[in-house]
Design a protein around this ligand. Sequence first.
Ligand code: ATP
Length: 352
Amino acid sequence: MSPYTIAVIGGDGIGREVIREGVKVLEAVAGRGLALTFEEAEMGAELYRRTGEDLPRETFDLCQRTDAILFGAAGLPDVRFPDGTEIAPQVTLRFRLELYAGVRPIKLYPGVPSPLRLPAGRTIDYVIFRENTEGLFASRGGGAAVGREVAADTLIVTRKGTDRIARRAFEAALGRRRRLTCVDKSNVFRSYLFFREVVQEVGTEFPEVTLDGAYVDAMAMYVVQRPWAYDVVVVENQFGDILSDLGAATVGGLGMAPSGDIGDRWALFQPSHGTAPDIAGKGVANPTAMILSAALMLRWLGDRHKDPTAAAAGDRIEAAVAEVLVAGGTLTPDIGGRASTAALGDAVASAL
Ligand code: ATP
């Protein structure tokens, strides 16, 4: 139960700009039985450039001792580890804190332009459950390079890893439209066939949920042609990474796509986008994905601590966001307006 302590980590680029709006909105929704305190910490590429560390011990400790982690974005194109890979401490946290469920709602809000022309009465509202700790990302920091001639990364699928993400996805489907789609490439790779088989096995425990499957290449087409057909999607790490950006594009872009990286003990909430160096420092980043991630965080706290006040506060944030988006006066440029990051955040806070 509240008070909840939230670790607040802006990171790099627009991460630092949008997180201010996330905190602003959380401060506006607090009170009436919900107490929140915030503790700030640093991680990311800028910090690495300055100190040689991207995820310092104090930040990791803070993440472990607080009730939830609110995160902006990290990584800068010109700051790299010696092996040439990008600084991504948020991915390190997924592994170290076992945040195995990447929960990515793809939802079109009235007032937000979609590049798709949807038939009357249809909308987009599904959730991707991306396996977050294995798949192709299991090779991160490993992989093999033989001179300048050969390089290899290995895709790992385990029963434990697939079972737990499948279970989360089926549970979510139970609270929604009771339909789950397993996305893979099981017609070609043994690893993906195994993924699908384990999902099917878990499905026998959820007879109320209708399970179907789609190959990832076809799915890339279906989420453009008939996105309304989907409810919950469960998918391996790398494919989930790609499908969630594709899904975000259909609902107004990355600025509209929140996410939660959730484990059994800890959880981190962040917009699906990265640091967007092209617009950083201009005050025009869309904070909606960040604000909706804060709403997901409150719902998760509500669920975990059996605290309906926290869950209701999450719902109130989403309702305030929807109200501001449909009103249209304070939209950022990426969704067709001219307002600043702060103006959109202010509008959501005052709607609350
Ligand atoms: P990463 O690989 O680090 O997750 P990404 O591939 O998701 O990053 P971003 O840099 O986040 O890439 O975003 C790609 C582009 O989308 C940005 O350059 C920017 O133009 C746009 N974009 C992303 N987030 C936002 C936002 N919140 N508001 C407006 N535009 C955004």
